[in-house]
Design a binder for this molecule. Sequence first.
Ligand code: DAH
Length: 346
Amino acid sequence: MALKDNIQSLLGQVQEMKAANAEELEALRIKYLSKKGEITALFNEFRTVPSDQKRELGQLLNQLRQETEGRINELREQFEAKQAEADRLDLTRTPDPIALGTRHPLSLVREEIEDIFSRIGFTIAQGPEVEDDKHVYGMLNFAPEHPARDMQDTFFIEKEKGVQKPTDVLLRSHTSSVQTRVMTSQKPPIRVLCPGRVYRNEAISARAHCFFHQVEGLYIDKNVSFADLREALLYFSKEMFGPETKIRLRPSYFPFTEPSAEMDISCNICGGKGCSFCKGTGWVEILGCGMVDPNVLEACGIDSKEYSGYAFGMGVERITNLKYRVKDLRLFSENDVRFLKQFESC
Ligand code: DAH
C-alpha cells in the first residue's frame, strides 16, 4: 500500500501549501500537476495497481488532484486581488493639486472695461505716474489757483531732500494727464483708453485711499458730438452692467471739458427701486465726462475749429464695488488671500 501512503502524505502537503508570490505558486503547480509532476507520477503508478484496489485508490487520487487544483486556484485568486489593488494606486501622481493663483478683482474689471471699449475702436495708451504740473493741470485748463493743485490733494515730489515747493514734479492725481500726452504726440483721429494708477493725498479709510485706479477715455475727430459721447457711454453701461441698465447725465463742471457732465447708472443692486447702496435714489454715479474744452485742444496743438472730441474718466474701484460689492477700499491693496482667492482665475 505504498501508493496509498504516498497519496495521503501528498494530501497533507497540499492542504498546507503556501506561496509568497505568483512565481512560487507556478513552481508548486509544476511540482505537483505538470506532466512530470508528483501527482501525475502517482497516476502512472496507479495503472499497475491490482483491480480490487483501483476503486479506493482511484477515488483518493482524484480527491488529491482536485484538492491540489482547488488550492492552487485559491492562492492564484488571492494574488490577483492583491495585484488589482496595487494597480489602482498611481504612484506617479502629484500628491496634492497645484494651487492656482487668482486674478486681482481690479485687473479683472480693468480688462473688462478695456475689452468693451476696444470693441468700438479704442486702443490703449499709457503715461507716466510721476508727472509734471503742465500735463496734469496746466494744459488741462486748470487755473493756477485751482484747489485741486493744492497740497491737500496732490503729492508733490521734492526735487532736493527737504526742499518742498515750488516744484512741478508730482504724482498724477488723475489719468486725464494721459490725454495731454496723447494729444501732443498723435494727430487726430484719436480714440484711446488710458488705464492707470493715480495718487491723492487722502487719509486712508474704507471709502478713500491715497492711491486708486482710473480709466480715461478720449475721442478726437471731426464733428464729434455730445450725442456720440452719450451713445458710447450707454453702450459701455449695458455691456458692463447688463442690457436693462439705464444712464442719466447730470450737468457738472470740470476745467478740461465744456459742457461737462456726471453720469449715473440705474442702481444695479436694486434695479433702480432704491436701496441702501444708492441711498434710496435708484441711481449711482460712475463717471465724469464732457466735450473736450477748446482751450485744451489748442494747448495740445490741435485746431479746435477743425476738431472736437469727448472725454470721460471713471474709477476702477467704484465699478468693481458695483460688480462685486466690495465695501471697503482697503481690501484691494491689503493682499489678504482670503479676499483675493474669491475671484476667478481665468
Ligand atoms: N479727471 C476726473 C477726476 O479725476 C475725471 C474726469 C472727468 C475725466 C471728466 C474726464 C472727464 O475725462 O471728461 O475726477
